[in-house]
Write a protein that binds this ligand. Structure first.
Ligand code: 5GP
Ligand code: ZN
Length: 112
């Protein structure tokens, strides 16, 4: 079964920072920044490539939760980065769509 579906169902432990009826936000097990939170919709969608028009509201809610997490984590003053990896070239490893909320340091552009 999908790792993030197991986190949603509380079968896999995670440090949850926020959750509501649309999405759950929990700390990444291998943080790449002082704040690194994953925002995951409760609906299993494998990735950006699998989005359909039915998912428009779900994805909008995920971004609202990402903004809320950034606020909770005190990232708004200095700024933060949202990342969505899709497919192998981007380094997607978990095939349940998620937004990385990264903050607490400066980020280079272009990304690596
Ligand atoms: P992706 O590479 O698919 O964009 O992101 C997947 C993320 O999930 C990675 O940053 C990885 O560290 C994180 N991750 C993998 N397994 C677990 C886990 O069991 N718990 C948590 N909290 N994060 C995980
Ligand atoms: Zn899933």
């Amino acid at each position: 079964m999908c790792l993030f579906c197991n986190v949603i169902e509380k079968k896999t432990p995670a440090t949850v920072v926020y959750e509501d009826e649309h999405a759950i936000a929990f700390r990444d097990i291998r943080p790449m920044a002082p704040t690194h939170v994953l925002v995951v919709p409760r609906k299993h969608i494998s990735g950006i490539r699998d989005l359909s028009a039915d998912d428009v509201t779900t994805i909008g809610q995920v971004f609202l939760v990402a903004r809320h997490v950034a606020k909770l984590e005190g990232l708004e003053a200095h700024g933060y980065r949202l990342v969505v990896n899709d497919g192998d070239a981007a380094g997607q490893t978990v095939h349940h769509i998620h937004v990385h909320v990264l903050g607490g340091r400066n980020f280079a552009w272009p990304p690596g």
